[in-house]
Design a protein. Structure first.
Length: 132
């Protein structure tokens, strides 16, 4: 299998194509795509699998039923598509900690983990506050 050229896409072209895809998605389905709701629904699905009855009683999950839907498949598709693209281009590699993180937060896995967790909480809170 021939590898793709290792040069990255122009951010302007990638941004424009993402915008066109977003417009096309809304035009065809009438829905915007996003990821934050998927993470909340996934947590609800895990909780249902574990056997908690709380999910069925929560007002959020009465409105947003935790199930596999187009948005959940979109997020899974992002993971699979990015894996295929990186393997095909020959740029795939495992790296536990980016150099910038190791330089900024040092060798402590605990400290880096706490900062990453807090950053994720803040990002998810902001996304959910903006409704999506």
């Amino acid at each position: 299998m021939a590898t793709l050229e290792k040069k990255g896409w122009s951010p302007y072209l990638a941004g424009a194509l993402s915008g066109v895809l977003s417009i096309f998605s809304v035009w065809v389905t009438g829905k915007y795509f996003g990821a934050s709701t998927t993470f909340v629904r996934s947590a609800g699905m895990v909780e249902k699998i574990i056997g908690s009855e709380r999910v069925a009683r929560m007002s959020y999950f009465i409105k947003e039923i935790p199930e596999i839907d187009w948005q959940w498949m979109f997020v899974v598709g992002i993971l699979i598509g990015s894996l295929i693209a990186s393997v095909a281009s020959g740029t795939f590699f495992w790296k536990g900690v980016p150099d910038m993180w190791a330089k900024r937060f040092g060798p402590s896995k605990f400290k880096r983990g706490i900062v990453a967790f807090l950053g994720g909480v803040i990002a998810m809170f902001g996304a959910r506050l903006a409704d999506g």
